[in-house]
Design a protein around this ligand. Structure first.
Ligand SMILES: [Zn+2]
Length: 290
């Protein structure tokens, strides 16, 4: 018999979507239209990408091909950019198994956050499967560093994140910590949008980048503050947590660990995940009776 669907054992058994969900829209960086369809998968399948009906590969750090402005995955000449917000919603909402089919070069930006994705997952619902959830459980601390950026991964009984950012004014220094579960993800993390400084955004647009960016799907900070109202006073810090969760989805296992991040970004996250992943001794199928 499959386990009964209860809130407590959803934390310990694999889940997939109850039904397919779809998204369409333009990409933040390319401005090109894209379409995503996410379908349920059997237990043990993990998260997988299918690009342009041509190639299929697991959502894992080995397939990262670029981390300069967003996390880009690729395989055999096909690439998909800006996967982090969608993967963040999938991991944040506790989905282990799904096939993500993409047409176009980039995941649609939607409102610049993970809210549209998380709401769609909550609306369609999840199914608890028979197999115990595969988890990444470190038994010792790991430290990753890139200049003044730091990422520390330590053992923990739950998935926790402590994020510190330190930007020029008017963003400044911000700190937030959170224990990630579907409820905290939905209310505290998913709605927070991508952001940038006005002078940087103008430079990106001149170079043909950020073509899909608008004041609706990105928070733009001018010299005196945000050009449009924020969704939370520390929206940039919360968005960095959102991004980090998306990159850690590339572990291919549920991160049962605490992550202490100081000024880190996609490059350091993906480097860490790539190095943590081969520590397969720490990947455990852990089922706890409800
Ligand atoms: Zn982001």
């Amino acid at each position: 018999m499959p386990p009964a669907i209860t809130r407590s054992n959803q934390l310990h058994y694999q889940t997939t979507l109850r039904d397919a969900i779809e998204f369409a829209g333009v990409g933040l960086h390319t401005g090109d239209p894209g379409r995503v369809r996410i379908t349920p998968s059997k237990a043990g399948a993990g998260l997988r990408f299918r690009l342009n009906d041509a190639v299929e590969f697991p959502a894992r750090a080995d397939y990262v091909v670029d981390t300069r402005r967003a996390t880009m995955l690729g395989f055999e000449g096909h690439t998909v950019s800006t996967v982090e917000h969608l993967l963040s919603a999938i991991l944040g909402m506790g989905i282990d198994n799904a096939l993500i089919s993409v047409e176009g070069p980039e995941i649609p930006v939607m409102d610049g956050s993970a809210k549209v994705f998380a709401d769609a997952i909550a609306h369609v619902g999840s199914v608890v499967q028979r197999e115990p959830r595969l988890r990444f459980i470190p038994t010792e601390p790991y430290l990753f560093r890139d200049g003044d950026k730091l990422l520390i991964v330590v053992p923990s009984s739950a998935f926790r994140i402590r994020m510190t950012v330190d930007y020029d004014e008017p963003i400044g220094a911000q700190y937030r910590d959170i224990e990630v579960d579907p409820a905290t993800y939905t209310s505290e993390i998913a709605p927070n949008r991508t952001f940038g400084f006005q002078h940087e955004v103008e430079a990106l647009i001149r170079r043909g980048l950020a073509q899909g960016g608008t004041l609706e799907n990105a928070v733009v900070f001018g010299p005196d503050g945000p050009l449009a109202p924020l969704r939370s006073s520390d929206e940039p810090c919360r968005h960095k947590i959102l991004d980090l969760i998306g990159d850690f989805a590339l572990l291919g296992a549920y991160p049962q660990c605490e992550i202490i991040a100081i000024k880190s970004g996609h490059k350091l996250h993906c480097l860490a995940v790539r190095e943590l992943r081969p520590a397969s001794a720490t990947l455990r199928a852990a089922a706890v009776s409800p």
